[in-house]
Design a protein around this ligand. Structure first.
Ligand code: ATP
Ligand code: MG
Length: 345
C-alpha cells in the first residue's frame, strides 16, 4: 500500500510542462525569435535578446526611446520590429470577454494553509505582485520557503507546475529548510532543490542586474514564481543620506517596474517581502505603530499587500491590507517544520 502511494506521489511530482505548451496557452507569450519569420533578421533578434527582451509581449513593455538606445538598432529597424510584433500579438484593445479569457491564464499557488489560501482567493496569483510586510519573525521568509515547494506541485494539487527563482537580499534562504517542506508535500527534496535557482544580492545594483538576467532563463524554462526577500533591504543600506531619498525612490520604482514586467511577460507570480518602519503618525492610541517601508512607490507597485503579525506561539495572522478584489479580512496560520500550514487550536 505504502509502495503504491509512493509511486503515485512520484508520478505527481514535477510534471513540469514544456515551454511550448505554455506558449500555446496564450499568444501573450510569443517568443521574440518568431519575428524572423516576419522579415526581421536573426542578428537584430539577438540584439533584443541581449538587452533582456525575449518575448513580443516584453518588447511592447519598452519605449521606442529605450529600444533605439540598444546598440545597432536604428529607428527604422525598431519601427520594422514593432510592426512585425504587432502582426504576431494584439497590442491594442480587446473586449471585456477576451480580458476575462486572459485572466483564465492566472494560476493560483497554494500557501500551504487553506485558511490563508481562502483569504487570498485561492493562493498567490501569477500575473501579479504579492507583497508581505510585517514585524520580524512574522513568517514572511517561511512563506517564501513554502512557496518554493508548492509552486512545483502539479496544478491538480493547487501548485503552479513550474520552477522558482529566488533573490535573497538578507541572506536568509536556507536550502535545508526546503527538505522537510518537500517531504511534507510528498515530493523528492533533491528534485525540488534542482528546480530552484537562487542568487544572493549584495547591492541594489546587483539586485537589478539579477532581475535583468532572469528574462533569458524564464524564456527557456517554465518558471511560475519569483521571490524577492526582501525588496527594500539593500535600498535602505545603499541610500542612507537624507538627500538620497528621491534617488532611492526612483531606483526602487525602476526595480518594481521590472518586477511587474516579469510577472506579465512570463505569467509568473512575484512574491516580495518588505520591512516595516516606525510610523510616528500612527496615533497616540496605537502602541508601537508600524507601516510598510518604501512609501507610495511600493504601495502602487504591489497588487496584493499582506500584513503579517505574530499570534500566540507559532501562530501568525495575515491581514489583507490592500487588494483590488479581496475583502479586508484576516486569516490565522501556523509555522511548522513542514512550512506554512493551518493553525491548530
Ligand atoms: P524578518 O523580518 O526577520 O525577515 P520574517 O517575517 O521573515 O522575519 P521568518 O523567518 O519567516 O520571519 O519566521 C521566523 C519564524 O519561523 C520563527 O518564529 C521560527 O520559530 C519559525 N520557524 C523557523 N523554522 C521553523 C521550523 N523548522 N519549524 C517551525 N517553525 C520554524
Ligand atoms: Mg525574513
Amino acid at each position: 500500500m505504502l509502495a503504491t502511494l509512493k509511486a503515485e506521489e512520484q508520478s505527481q511530482q514535477l510534471q513540469l510542462v514544456e515551454r511550448e505548451d505554455i506558449e500555446d496557452e496564450d499568444d501573450l507569450f510569443e517568443a521574440i525569435d518568431k519575428l524572423t519569420s516576419h522579415g526581421i533578421n536573426a542578428g537584430d533578434v539577438k540584439k533584443l535578446q541581449d538587452a533582456g527582451i525575449y518575448t513580443c509581449n516584453g518588447l511592447m513593455m519598452h519605449t521606442k526611446k529605450h529600444l533605439t538606445g540598444i546598440k545597432g538598432l536604428s529607428e527604422a529597424k525598431v519601427d520594422k520590429i514593432c510592426e512585425a510584433a504587432d502582426k504576431l500579438v494584439n497590442f491594442g484593445y480587446i473586449t471585456g470577454s477576451d480580458a476575462l479569457l486572459k485572466r483564465k491564464s492566472v494560476v493560483r499557488i497554494t500557501t500551504g494553509s487553506q485558511a490563508l489560501d481562502e483569504l487570498l482567493g485561492g493562493g498567490i496569483e501569477t500575473l501579479a505582485i504579492t507583497e508581505a510586510f510585517g514585524e520580524f519573525r512574522s513568517g514572511k521568509t517561511q512563506l517564501a520557503h513554502t512557496l518554493c515547494v508548492s509552486t512545483q506541485l502539479p496544478t491538480s494539487m493547487r501548485g503552479g507546475n513550474g520552477k522558482v527563482a529566488y533573490i535573497d537580499t538578507e541572506g536568509t534562504f536556507r536550502p535545508d529548510r526546503i527538505v522537510p517542506i518537500a517531504e511534507r508535500f510528498g515530493m523528492d527534496p533533491g528534485a525540488v532543490l534542482d528546480n530552484i535557482i537562487y542568487a544572493r544580492a549584495y547591492t541594489y545594483e546587483h539586485q537589478h542586474n539579477l532581475l535583468l538576467g532572469l528574462a533569458a532563463k524564464m524564456s527557456e524554462e517554465p518558471f511560475k514564481l519569483l521571490i524577492v526577500d526582501s525588496i527594500i533591504a539593500l535600498f535602505r543600506v545603499d541610500f542612507t543620506g537624507r538627500g538620497e531619498l528621491a534617488e532611492r525612490q526612483q531606483k526602487l520604482a525602476q526595480m518594481l517596474s521590472r518586477l511587474t514586467k516579469i510577472a506579465e511577460e512570463f505569467n509568473v507570480a512575484v512574491y516580495m517581502t518588505n520591512q516595516v518602519v516606525a510610523d510616528p503618525g500612527g496615533g497616540v492610541f496605537v502602541s508601537d505603530p508600524k507601516k510598510p517601508a518604501g512609501g507610495h512607490v511600493l504601495a502602487h507597485a504591489a497588487t496584493v499587500r499582506l500584513m503579517f503579525r505574530k499570534g500566540k506561539g507559532e501562530q501568525r495572522i495575515c491581514k489583507v491590507f490592500d487588494a483590488p478584489n479581496l475583502p479586508e479580512s484576516e486569516a490565522v496560520f501556523q509555522i511548522t517544520p513542514g512550512g506554512i500550514a493551518d493553525a491548530k487550536d
